[in-house]
Design a protein around this ligand. Structure first.
Ligand code: ATP
Length: 428
């Protein structure tokens, strides 16, 4: 039976069988050292020349080959693990070509490999332990949030990515050939999660792919990414949506801490600022912007810096955006139609979520769509969801890739994707 490297310490003085990648090799004539790596850690393996068969295998081995090694677990004060394996038998499971296109075992930062080249060879890039951590963080965060959704009676639904019409606006949508006609890839499951509310579900969450045909070359944008969404019925205001988002993220971060994937504690509650107050604070800071109805990346960073300084919170909700910067279906304030019940959540300088209370009244929705130059005909499938009764509701679209990138301080959201897709990248 195979033992994982992280469990070897329980087998001191015993014979175990390990399997993994050959991380490094060093042959010193009478003795060879091999560092074996699996997804739980790495361990030094010693091969003595007196073990003729194993020694001859090691002599012709290449790094990153996959091997199974049976041997004796011995104390070794000189190595970081204080343990090593003295090999008895080695089986080569898969031979790696001896010239690796990118280094795998080099210490972080020791070899500066171009990021495009790393993504070309993503499966080798991901073999580094730092890379695995990204996906462990993602998994734990999602685990905590899903547990919250399950405990609070959410139902999971899956929305299709193929649509007959571009959902919210035409410009950012990928068109695909669909038999004799055209289809479009969904830029968000927005319309369908609202349909779920019209179907009588009161709390839904979704995890799925999102496609954006944006010519963006930023560290925050990909052309395909994973989105997390939820939608809740019978709310009185967008603050209830913010409360739910905050509570679900709290569950996610608590799970991260429990699994010792982060050290720092997140400070709760998250700060909340109106759009107007945020703009006033930014003006005081001397940050100018060409975005009167939204925030530039510089403004997002500065707001987060100010909030962190003021309240210690890494998270800040900005709410009550003007309608010009929001989707047509965001509900307006009853007493002030110049403000929407829309909000964003920023985390460590970057927007990670957009949310709102939605307009559920058919007539008002049609009016708001028309004001944007959208025709009722082009939106008929969507508008019909609200024609036969629909509870008041609201929800969010979350970008988990951005959250994970900010948690780990990654240089780009692309680093948190298993296989990033951007304007220039469709492979491997
Ligand atoms: P931005 O203003 O940063 O372009 P957005 O307003 O277009 O984002 P939404 O449409 O509200 O974003 O999407 C919801 C969430 O999905 C965002 O808050 C973000 O976390 C994430 N997200 C949006 N676009 C991208 C993208 N191109 N790549 C990765 N994540 C994204």
């Amino acid at each position: 039976m195979r033992t994982k490297i992280s469990a070897v310490s329980k087998s001191l003085g015993q014979t175990v069988t390990l399997a993994g990648f050959v991380h490094s090799l060093r042959n010193q004539g009478k003795i060879a050292f091999l560092r074996l790596r699996d997804d739980s850690g790495s361990l030094q393996v010693v091969i003595l020349s007196s073990n003729v068969e194993a020694f001859s295998i090691v002599k012709s081995l290449s790094v990153e080959s996959v091997v199974e090694i049976t041997g004796l677990v011995k104390a070794a004060p000189q190595v970081p693990e204080k343990l090593e394996l003295e090999a008895q038998a080695i089986t080569v499971l898969s031979v790696a070509d001896s010239s690796l296109p990118i280094p795998v075992s080099a210490e972080k930062g020791a070899v500066d490999v171009d990021v495009a080249k790393r993504f070309d060879w993503r499966w080798l890039d991901l073999r580094k332990s730092d890379s695995h951590r990204i996906f462990r963080v993602w998994t734990a965060l999602e685990q905590g949030m899903r547990a919250y959704f399950a405990e609070h009676d959410f139902v999971q639904i899956y929305a299709p990515s193929l649509m007959s019409a571009a959902s919210e606006s035409g410009a950012e949508v990928f068109e695909v050939k669909y038999f004799e006609t055209k289809a479009y890839l969904a830029q968000s499951p927005q319309f369908y999660k609202q349909m779920a509310i019209a179907s009588g579900f009161e709390k839904v969450f979704l995890v799925g792919p999102v496609f954006r045909a944006e010519l963006s070359f930023t560290t925050r944008h990909m052309t395909e990414f994973t989105g997390w969404d939820f939608e809740i019925a019978y709310i009185n205001s967008h603050h209830e949506i913010m409360d739910t988002l905050e509570a679900s993220l709290k569950a996610g971060f608590t799970e991260l801490k429990k699994q010792e994937l982060i050290q720092e504690s997140i400070s709760f509650p998250f700060a909340r600022l109106t759009f107007t107050d945020a703009k006033i604070q930014l003006q005081k800071s001397g940050i100018t912007s060409d975005k009167p109805h939204d925030f530039s990346p510089d403004e997002e960073r500065e707001i987060c810096r100010l909030v962190k300084e003021d309240s210690g919170s890494d998270f800040v909700f900005i709410y009550d955006y003007p309608p010009e910067g929001r989707a047509f279906y965001h509900m307006r304030h009853t007493d002030n139609p110049a403000l929407t019940r829309g909000f964003d959540l920023l985390y460590k300088g970057v927007e990670i979520t957009t949310g709102a209370q939605r307009e559920h009244r058919y007539d008002v929705l049609v009016k708001q769509a028309k004001e944007r130059g959208l025709t009722a005909e082009s939106l008929s499938d969507y508008l019909n969801f609200f024609k036969y009764g629909c509870p008041p509701h609201g929800g969010v679209g979350i970008g988990p890739g951005r959250i994970v990138a900010q948690i780990l301080g990654l240089s780009s959201v692309k680093e948190s994707a298993f296989l990033p897709r951007d304007v220039k990248r469709l492979r491997p």
